[in-house]
Design a protein around this ligand. Structure first.
Ligand SMILES: C[S@@+](CC[C@H](N)C(=O)[O-])C[C@H]1O[C@@H](n2cnc3c(N)ncnc32)[C@H](O)[C@@H]1O
Length: 309
């Protein structure tokens, strides 16, 4: 991606049409495929105008403060900052979510996890379901929205991410979603849940992708899970028998090449009906298992023992 850093346009009195054109060119030169759309989204944010108003009135003037705000946003985007962080929002499932630099930007592949939970669990029962490492609250909010009879718990270690999840729950009026700060399921005690759902950090500490694209700006604690990327997944699987009801569901998102490891860890823990789902790109993405109705809960054995901040 080139660091094209020319100003939006040379003439201070250019109207909206000219600003859109120049910004779109600059974003395209920086390598963004959706340059025109992104230019409009940032101009809307800077001016407070709807996108339709930008089309409708190309000669409309932009005041100095709006122009400066637009220039700052464009500069940050050209430097690689994710558009979701600049707009402070991202669509996930059918919801528009607030995000911040404290939260992971919810990914389309995580919708596989939502879909799986909706298919695997009865819609009409009052189930208790926890989303561990909820971040912006994406998974918990999607499930709470789709299943008003379920009670969702969104658990998160980072207080700033938790504040964003709380904001989303309030904006979306999700009365069946409660939020809790804690270190994986140790905060839940013997919770007797119907399901544990998680998109935990699963990137290897030395993965070169961490230095590329949006990942450069996302919280490291939301991405990285030790040398093999399995640190958080091990902790979640080890804790599942203590937190789940017999017959309860565990579903975990993981890296495309971690399916076999996750299945083996679940098997070692005595979980049953282990199955891996692929995402829309055909990659192994989510593995689910059931706590055997015959299995007694094991003592708490949390493998990821870092203290809370
Ligand atoms: C991959 S992000 C997923 C965020 C969100 N669930 C989503 O899918 O967009 C993992 C989340 O787990 C949180 N996390 C990391 N370590 C944790 C821990 N020990 N206990 C609880 N949450 C943790 C991170 O702060 C981050 O929000």
């Amino acid at each position: 991606m080139s660091g094209a850093s020319a100003p939006v346009s040379a003439a201070a009195d250019d109207g909206i049409g000219e600003l859109r054109r120049a910004a779109s060119q600059r974003l395209a030169a920086a390598g963004y495929a959706s340059a025109a759309l992104e230019a409009d989204l940032l101009l809307s944010l800077a001016t407070g105008l709807e996108r339709g108003q930008l089309f409708a009135w190309p000669e409309r003037a932009v005041d100095a403060a709006q122009r400066q705000r637009f220039e700052q946003l464009l500069t940050r985007r050209v430097a690689g900052e994710p558009i979701a962080y600049l707009l402070q929002q991202r669509a996930f499932w059918s919801l528009e979510l607030r995000v911040s630099r404290a939260t992971l930007i919810p990914r389309p592949e995580t919708e596989t996890l939502v879909e799986l939970a909706l298919r695997a669990l009865p819609a009409d029962q009052a189930l208790r379901v926890a989303d561990l490492g909820t971040g912006s609250g994406a998974i918990a909010a999607a499930l709470a929205h789709e299943r008003p009879r379920w009670s969702l718990i969104g658990l998160e270690r980072d207080p700033d991410a938790l504040a964003i999840a709380a904001l989303n729950a309030a904006r979306l009026q999700l009365d069946n979603l409660s939020l809790m700060r804690g270190h994986w399921s140790s905060a839940l005690g013997r919770a007797s849940l119907d399901a544990l759902i998680a998109n935990p950090p699963y990137v290897r500490a030395d993965d070169p992708h961490l230095g590329q694209g949006d990942l450069r700006f996302e919280p490291r604690a939301a991405l990285v899970a030790g040398a093999d990327g399995l640190l958080a997944i091990r902790a979640l699987i080890a804790d599942a028998p203590r937190c789940l009801k017999p017959g309860g569901l565990l579903a975990i998102e993981h890296g495309w090449d971690q399916g076999a490891d996750v299945r083996a860890l679940m098997q070692q823990q005595g979980l049953e009906a282990i199955e891996t789902w692929r995402d829309l790109a055909g990659q192994e993405r989510v593995t689910q298992a059931i706590l055997s109705p015959r299995l007694n809960a094991r003592p708490h054995e949390n493998l990821d023992q870092r203290p809370l901040d």
